[in-house]
Write a protein that binds this ligand. Structure first.
Ligand SMILES: Cc1ncc(COP(=O)(O)O)c(C=O)c1O
Length: 442
């Protein structure tokens, strides 16, 4: 075993040819002040494997569990057991205003002001709730612009919104495609489209980081172009929140929505979030789908038939929230707040840069092409690889034979996301070494 190698590691069967090899990866971890954050997460074990733990690269799909999540959920179970109904207004963290515990941390996470973010529902539900307010098609302005490689749920959501308003979705939904032979969109092409066709566009709804390619869009520029065209700029932050620094307020984004089970490590099906710029959030006259939880707290329990929205984003809440699902989101947001997105992004750039370097070094052995932009400012932590075929089989072999967990999108994309809160340089080395070993063994 090499000095400093994790306990339980058995000798690799083939010698690594990767730059600096395993020793460099271990040294990078030793010299990294943020490597300690890993200890705050449950890293899944690899029973019987060459290393005691899996090397986990699927945080873009489901983030790992912060250890604090268990205690946070158990505390609420205990409050339920001890306080029952009184837990709504009593105990250390009353459930009725529980969402307020995340007002500041969620705002800081996405670069918003307090009163512009709320933790509620799940992502597609939030897209619909926000489109109920912000997609108001007219005869002239009725189109919704998405990217061709949009996540399917977004495609269904926008098409169904068009139908809901009596607009033919094949006329309403515009899918922006990359240039011939390219994988990712160019900002200038999106802007040019909006300058050309903007008068017919009601809403631009793009993924801030595309789920498939890992491309980080130019949010400020596209937002400005959408607004200059008279359209509303909404963003799907599923792969951006907790992955890249955001300044939604300053960028003048109209609205955004995200889920919390990926980079935010809130747990399977966790409560997501929404942002509405205060110039809209304060406007109580905006149409919305109302429910009692959007009613002003002072009046919520008077059981009056009138809806009196608070002058902030919390009035878009509809139902009372699932506290057992919010508790892990609360502690996870506190962790992000403690570390800060600037420090996490800095570590993320180093981890992903290292992954890219190792992949390039092994290019002669691994038949995989990076489809994510090579410019670090145009991507988050994820690198998507195009493999000749059999992405599913490759991911399964990586998991079984190398203890490396990534995810795949058939037929030919494998996604690897080194997550700065818990991934190590050694994990990254294992991923590329695993790919190399599988390629040279077959
Ligand atoms: C980009 C994007 N949009 C929407 C969704 C759907 O999220 P939900 O199931 O919370 O509605 C996902 C889920 O992975 C996603 O990645």
């Amino acid at each position: 075993m090499k000095a400093g190698a994790p306990p339980g590691r058995r000798a690799a069967e083939t010698a690594s040819t990767l730059a600096g090899g395993e020793d460099l990866a271990l040294a990078l971890d030793r010299d990294d002040p943020l490597a300690v954050l890993r200890a705050e997460f449950a890293i899944p074990p690899w029973p019987g494997g060459r290393y005691p733990e899996l090397a986990y690269f699927a945080g873009n799909s489901l983030g790992l569990m912060p250890l604090a999540a268990r205690e946070a959920v158990e505390e609420e179970l205990e409050h339920w057991a001890q306080l029952a109904l009184d837990g709504h207004f009593g105990g250390p963290r009353p459930w009725v205003p529980y969402q307020e515990l995340m007002r500041e941390t969620s705002a800081r996470l996405v670069g918003a002001r307090v009163g512009e973010t709320v933790c509620m529902n799940t992502l597609t539900v939030n897209l619909h709730l926000l489109m109920a307010t912000f997609y108001r098609p007219t005869a002239e302005r009725f189109r919704i612009v998405i990217e061709d490689a949009a996540f399917p749920s977004d495609s269904y959501a926008v098409a169904s919104q068009a139908v809901h308003h009596g607009v033919d979705p094949s006329r309403a939904v515009v899918r922006l495609r990359p240039r011939e032979g390219k994988d990712t969109l160019r900002t200038e092409d999106v802007v040019a489209f909006l300058e050309r066709e903007g008068a017919s566009v009601a809403l631009v709804l793009l993924g801030a980081v595309n789920y498939l390619t890992g491309q980080l869009m130019d949010l400020p520029e596209i937002t400005a172009a959408a607004r200059a065209a008279g359209a509303v700029a909404g963003w799907d932050l599923a792969h951006a929140a907790g992955n890249v620094p955001l300044s939604l307020h300053d960028w003048d984004v109209d609205w955004a929505a995200w889920c919390s089970y990926k980079y935010l490590n809130g747990g399977p099906g966790a409560v997501g979030g929404a942002f509405i710029h205060e110039r809209h959030a304060r406007d109580v006259s905006l149409p919305r789908l109302a429910g009692w939880w959007g009613n002003d707290l002072a009046g919520r329990f008077r059981m009056q038939p009138e809806f009196v929205p608070r002058p902030d984003v919390e009035s878009w809440q509809v139902s009372n929230p699932p506290i057992l699902s919010l508790a892990p989101v609360r502690v996870s947001l506190e962790l992000f707040d403690r570390v800060g997105m600037t420090a996490l992004r800095e570590r993320s750039l180093r981890l992903t840069g290292y992954l890219e370097k190792l992949l390039d070094d092994a290019a002669g052995e691994i038949a995989a092409e990076v489809v994510t932009p090579r410019d670090p400012s145009a991507r988050g932590c994820q690198l998507s690889l195009r493999v000749p075929s059999g992405a599913k089989e490759l991911a399964a072999r990586l998991r079984a034979e190398e203890g490396v967990v990534c995810d795949e999108r058939e037929p030919n994309i494998v996604r690897l996301a080194p997550v700065p809160l818990y991934s190590s340089f050694h994990d990254v080395w294992r991923a590329v070494e695993g790919l190399r070993r599988l390629a040279t063994a077959s």
